[in-house]
Design a protein around this ligand. Sequence first.
Ligand SMILES: [Ca+2]
Ligand SMILES: [Ca+2]
Ligand SMILES: [Ca+2]
Length: 483
Amino acid sequence: MTLSSRHARRGSVLVIVIWAVSIGAAIVAGIQISSFRQAMLGSDAIARVQARWAARAGVETMIAIMEYHTDNPDPEDALAMIHDLEDNSYGELETGTYDIRHFFDGRELAGPLDEHSKANINLLSGELMNIRDMTPDVVGAITDWRDSNEDAGMLGAEKSHYQNRGKSYEPRNADFRSFAELELVAGVWPEYTRGEDWNLDGRIDSNEDDGDQTWPDDKSDGILDLGWSGILTALSRSSSRAPSGLPRLNLAIATPEEVIERTGVTAPQASALLAYAKLPNAKLEQLLMVPLSTLSSGGTGSSGSGGAGAAGAARQMNGSNSGSGSGGSTGGSTGRSSGSRSGATGGATQAGPGDLDSAAKGRVLNECTTTEFKRPGPGKINVNTVSGEVLREVFDLNPKLVDSLLSRRDAKPSGLTSLSAVLDIPGFTPQILSPLAKQLDVQSFVFTISSRGRSKTVGGNSEIVVTVDRSTLPAQILMYREP
Ligand SMILES: [Ca+2]
Ligand SMILES: [Ca+2]
Ligand SMILES: [Ca+2]
């Protein structure tokens, strides 16, 4: 072998070695880059999981507090649970934090949203026309969506209307099951229902407060305009549970002893209540408008004027249910208004059962019922959490009256523990109360928790929105979303 050929071989070995080394380096670099990427993806995934579980911890905390208060009610403090929920609306875990808030009536509040702070759309009829952007044809379509029949009203919309427009769905012909269902109704636009809260989570998101930079177009003023979703709900539910935690006493089948023990009324008052409860269409909320003596004498038929009063009360109920009895209800209210005044001044000295004072009315309204509870229906409005907007806009209440109700309520650290407090507010006459009375209560069962979780490490975010009914134990999840 010559020197030159040896040199050449050594050279080619060197080339091979260099080539192999550079291939090896490239492979190592490639492996490094891909494992670095995987590590990044891994830590992102870990951050997301941590954020999601932090949000979940917030939800579980809220549910635990609600269940505790269902188990341990405090009839002397209408706000005990709400304050507990607020106080625990922010929490820190080892790996993340959660934060539960909602926008309501132009402000951001800590804690879950009380669905009973809004009017249940399934209980509204004539009041719908008061709502902004609501037109007669939309009210007609909402009514047809909800009523069980297939007869479209003059301005309404039943199955054929939707079929003719190529829709793949038809009216439910029963109560709305969610607020979003409202957007399926003919003539309803998301701009009305959602306002600026485009993902319907009750919270202000960055795209909901940046003007027209991103959808939706918003006012970029730090306030979340909730549209109809700020005043209407389909999720609040009724319950047989009284503020004391006991099932409400059904006056249609109760004994006088049970009534006295539960409400502290006198024996003649208990008999009068039981007599009234046996009347067809007896509604306990009539106590807010009509003195007990008038209601019960209508029941026994011993007094002509009393009978007229009870009949007027029955007419009133029917009138407000159909939304077409405004003439009749005005006449009836005038009569009851004077009756109520005389009852308030001379109740204690009257013969017969004697009228209930406002505290006793409050206890009866809180603890009793005249109808058997079968299943949860649309829920009432909690006077302790209702917004001024709902009272003004849905019930067309005079703004000064609304202010006096809200300032009276907000001045009490334990809230309004019975509706009797409303009776004591000047200006809340029977006429004003009658369309509202059947929708008012002092407790809430259904809440929507919007929990935002944040991971401590890389800043992963996650949101869970859950609607919970706490009226039965364990609490029931009515809706779950991760928007
Ligand atoms: Ca229908
Ligand atoms: Ca939102
Ligand atoms: Ca925007």
